[in-house]
Design a protein around this ligand. Structure first.
Ligand SMILES: Nc1nc2c(ncn2[C@@H]2O[C@H](COP(=O)(O)OP(=O)(O)OP(=O)(O)OP(=O)(O)OC[C@H]3O[C@@H](n4cnc5c(=O)[nH]c(N)nc54)[C@H](O)[C@@H]3O)[C@@H](O)[C@H]2O)c(=O)[nH]1
Length: 149
């Protein structure tokens, strides 16, 4: 069976900054194991758990951000497929805004660092093209959303 993981692209909007969408920063976490790669908060789906519950649980466990701290953005869900040690893996990412942009991130032992990064820095940390494309799609989605208001 394919590995399956779910998470959130968490972002915050800076009030006193550049005009949108350049005021947006994405949360990336750096693993404390392996190659110390950077991804948004996400993790494996537990048996019997539904995908969105996994995404919320992992974001709480890995970043200390609970459902009450997040505003899920409608109409955004990205599916990534890649191989990990020869096994196919599917990762689903929803998109959510941190309601209080000043709220602190609390890491678990699985991560050694985190960064709030604007799109280009986030893409540079993410390294993998599929994750970079997902971050760009999020920025595009948010730009379109803002155009509606
Ligand atoms: N000691 C140790 N322990 C590990 C290791 N490995 C795991 N543990 C343990 O497992 C637990 C994690 O459990 P969860 O948190 O539930 O799951 P995930 O969050 O899903 O965790 P992963 O980190 O396993 O999964 P990925 O992020 O998918 O990275 C796997 C590979 O894929 C590359 N990769 C990453 N993202 C992308 C992408 O978007 N696109 C593409 N194309 N590639 C991408 C990436 O560069 C890497 O080479 C930890 O507690 C550890 O105990 C390890 O190497 N050493």
């Amino acid at each position: 069976m394919a590995l399956r993981a779910c998470g959130f692209i968490v972002f915050r909007r800076l009030a006193q900054s550049s005009p949108p969408p350049d005021n947006i920063e994405y949360l990336l976490l750096q693993t404390s194991y392996g190659k110390h790669h950077w991804t948004p908060p996400k993790g494996h789906v537990d048996p019997g758990e539904d995908d969105l519950t996994t995404a919320l649980r992992e974001t709480q466990e890995e970043a200390g951000l609970g459902e009450e701290h997040l505003q899920v953005v409608d109409g955004f869900l990205q599916e990534l497929r890649y191989e990990v040690r020869g096994r196919p893996k599917t990762v689903l990412y929803w998109l959510a805004e941190l309601r209080d942009p000043k709220m602190a991130v609390t890491l678990s032992k699985e991560h050694q660092d985190y960064r709030w990064a604007k799109l280009e820095e986030a893409c540079s940390l993410a390294q993998h093209k599929d994750l970079q494309d997902t971050l760009r799609a999020a920025q595009q989605h948010l730009g379109t959303e803002q155009g509606k208001h």
